[in-house]
Design a protein around this ligand. Structure first.
Ligand code: MN
Length: 491
C-alpha cells in the first residue's frame, strides 16, 4: 500500500457558544489547512478534513468512525477556538487510533492594528489547545504533540514523521511473520514471547516446517527459473561461472515467494541449523526478497524480521535504505573507531550504492554447498540501528544514532556485502550503553528513518524506548534503565 492510501483525519474542536459567523470561519480555516497539509511534500499521507466537532456526541461519533475506518491510520486534533474538554472524555476514552495534537494558529502574526476581541475569540489556540492538552494528560492518553506554525516546513516534517510511525503501527497490527524452523539453538536474544508480541505489537508469528518449503521447491519448473534468472540479470551483475548455484537460489526464492504470498506474510526467518535436504542456505534468494520489501531475520530471529518489515513500510518513499544488519567486527584504531556490519550472507541490497554482484563462495558455517549471494558497497551518512529485545515483562527497543561511512580500505577476501558506521557518541560509550541495555547483535539499520520515528512508534505501541545518541553518558543511562524497570513493573 502506498503512503497516500493511509488517511489521517483532521479533527477541529470548538463549541456552539461562538455563533454561526465564528464557526463558519473555523470551518473555512480548517479546510484550507487540511488541504494544504494534504498537498505538502513533507506530509506523506492523505489528510482528510472532518467537520468541526461541537458536542460530546459529535466527538464520540467521529472517534468511533475513525476506529472502524479501514483507511484511517490516525487522527490529528486542533483547537482553533476553545473546546471544553469534558466534552472530549467519552470520545478520547474510546480512541484506538494514534493521535497527534497539533498546537498551531491560522494566522502567523498578531495583526497589531486590527486586533480586537472578535479576532481574539476566533484565534485562541493558545488557550484552547492547553485545555485540550490537559484532558490528554489527565486521561494518560499516548499522543504526539507538535507545536508551531502550520505553514512551517519543520512543523509539517514532524507531522509527516509521526504519520510514518502511525503507518508502522497500522501495519504492525496486521503483520504476519513466517518462521521456517526454530531459533538458532542456545541463542538467547532472538527468543521471545510470541503471544505477548501479538498482544502488544500485533505480530502473528507462526512456524512452518522446512519440508513445506522443500515440497514447493521441488515443484518449481525450469521455465520459472529461467524467468527468475532474467530478473537477476536485469538487477545484478553475475560474477561467477557457477550458474547452477544461482539457479538453485532462484528455485529457493520462487518457492519462498509463493509461500509468503499465499500466506499473506510480510516477514520471514530461516535458520542454517534446519535446512534438511536443501543444498544451499538461502542467500541471494533472501536478498532479492528483502529488496522487494520483505522483512527478514537470520537464525530464526522473528523479532528483527518483523521490525525490518515495519521499518521498511514506515520509510516508504524516503531516500536511502532499510536493512537487516548484524554487528560483526570492530575497528579500534584511535580516532577512527567504527563497527563493521554484515551478515554471513543475507545483507539487504536496498542499502547498496553500487550495482550488486552475484558471487558464489563457500560458507564457513553449516555444512552445505557454497551459496550464491549478492555483494555490494553501501553509502555514507546519518543512519540508525534499532533492536527489539524481550525483557520478560516488556519489550524494549534500543536505537543508536550512527554515522555510516565507507569502509576505510578494500576487503578483497571478504565475500559479503558490508557496512561501516561510527556509533554516537563514540564507539566505547555506544557499545557500553548498548550492552548495558541488552541490545542484540542483530539490528535493523536505516538510512531513511531517525530516532524520532522510532520513539513515536514505541509510544504508540506502548513499549519501552531507549535512545543512545550524541548526549548519552553511561551514568545517566544506568539510572534510566533502573528507573524504567520500576516504571514498567507498575504499568
Ligand atoms: Mn546472525
Amino acid at each position: 500500500m502506498s503512503m497516500k492510501n493511509y488517511e489521517f483525519w483532521f479533527v477541529v474542536g470548538s463549541q456552539d457558544l461562538y455563533g454561526e459567523e465564528t464557526l463558519k470561519k473555523v470551518a473555512e480555516h480548517a479546510k484550507i489547512m487540511a488541504d494544504a497539509f494534504d498537498k505538502a511534500p513533507e506530509i506523506p499521507c492523505k489528510v482528510v478534513y472532518k467537520p468541526t466537532v461541537l458536542t460530546p456526541n459529535s466527538i464520540e461519533r467521529t472517534v468511533i468512525e475513525a476506529n472502524y475506518d479501514e483507511k484511517c491510520a490516525g487522527i490529528i486534533t486542533w483547537m482553533h477556538t476553545f473546546s471544553p474538554s469534558k466534552m472530549w472524555i467519552a470520545g478520547l476514552s474510546k480512541l484506538q487510533k494514534p493521535m497527534l495534537h497539533l498546537n498551531t494558529q491560522f494566522n502567523r502574526d498578531i495583526p497589531w492594528n486590527e486586533i480586537d476581541m472578535d479576532f481574539m475569540n476566533l484565534n485562541q489556540s493558545a488557550h484552547g489547545d492547553r485545555e485540550h492538552g490537559f484532558i490528554g494528560a489527565r486521561l494518560r492518553l499516548p499522543r504526539k504533540i507538535v507545536s508551531g506554525y502550520w505553514e512551517d516546513t519543520n512543523v509539517r516534517s514532524r507531522i509527516g514523521n509521526w504519520m510514518r510511525a502511525a503507518v508502522g503501527a497500522y501495519e504492525s497490527r496486521r503483520l504476519k511473520v513466517c518462521r521456517f524452523g526454530d531459533n538458532m539453538r542456545e541463542v538467547a536474544v532472538t527468543e521471545g514471547d510470541k503471544v505477548e508480541a501479538q498482544i502488544k505489537l500485533g505480530w502473528q508469528v507462526n512456524g512452518y516446517g522446512v519440508g513445506d518449503l522443500i515440497k514447493r521447491m521441488n515443484a518449481v519448473t525450469e521455465a520459472q527459473i529461467d524467468a527468475k534468472m532474467e530478473e537477476y540479470k536485469s538487477r545484478y551483475d553475475i560474477k561467477t561461472d557457477n550458474i547452477d548455484a544461482i539457479r538453485y537460489q532462484a528455485r529457493e526464492e520462487i518457492a519462498l515467494r509463493q509461500f509468503l504470498e499465499n500466506g499473506g506474510f510480510g516477514a520471514f526467518t530461516d535458520t542454517f541449523q534446519d535446512l534438511q535436504e536443501m543444498r544451499q542456505l538461502p542467500g541471494l534468494a533472501v536478498q532479492n526478497l528483502m529488496k522487494d520489501g520483505y522483512g527478514f531475520g537470520g537464525e530464526g530471529d522473528w523479532k528483527t524480521a518483523a521490525l525490518d518489515r515495519v521499518m521498511k513500510l514506515m520509510a516508504d518513499g524516503l531516500a536511502g535504505g532499510t536493512a537487516f544488519m548484524e554487528d560483526y567486527t570492530y575497528h579500534m584504531e584511535p580516532g577512527r573507531e567504527a563497527i563493521l556490519g554484515a551478515h554471513m550472507l543475507e545483507v539487504d541490497p536496498s542499502i547498496s550504492v553500487t550495482r550488486p554482484q552475484i558471487e558464489v563462495h563457500p560458507l564457513g558455517i553449516g555444512d552445505r554447498e557454497p551459496p550464491a549471494r549478492l555483494t555490494f558497497q553501501t553509502g555514507d551518512g546519518p543512519a540508525i540501528v534499532a533492536t527489539l529485545i524481550d525483557m520478560g515483562d516488556r519489550f524494549r527497543m534500543i536505537v543508536n544514532d550512527v554515522e555510516a561511512c565507507s569502509p576505510y580500505e578494500d576487503m578483497p577476501k571478504l565475500p559479503v556485502a558490508r557496512v561501516m558506521w561510527k556509533p554516537l557518541p563514540d564507539l566505547s560509550t555506544s557499545a557500553e550503553a548498548w550492552i548495558l541495555a541488552g541490545g542484540a547483535h542483530h539490528t535493523v539499520m536505516s538510512y531513511q528513518l531517525n530516532a524520532e520515528h522510532m520513539r513515536d512508534f514505541c509510544e504508540i505501541m506502548g513499549i519501552e524506548f531507549i535512545h543512545i545518541n550524541k548526549d548519552t553518558t553511561i551514568p545517566q543511562l544506568s539510572k534510566e534503565l533502573i528507573w524504567n524497570d520500576i516504571v514498567w513493573k507498575l504499568k
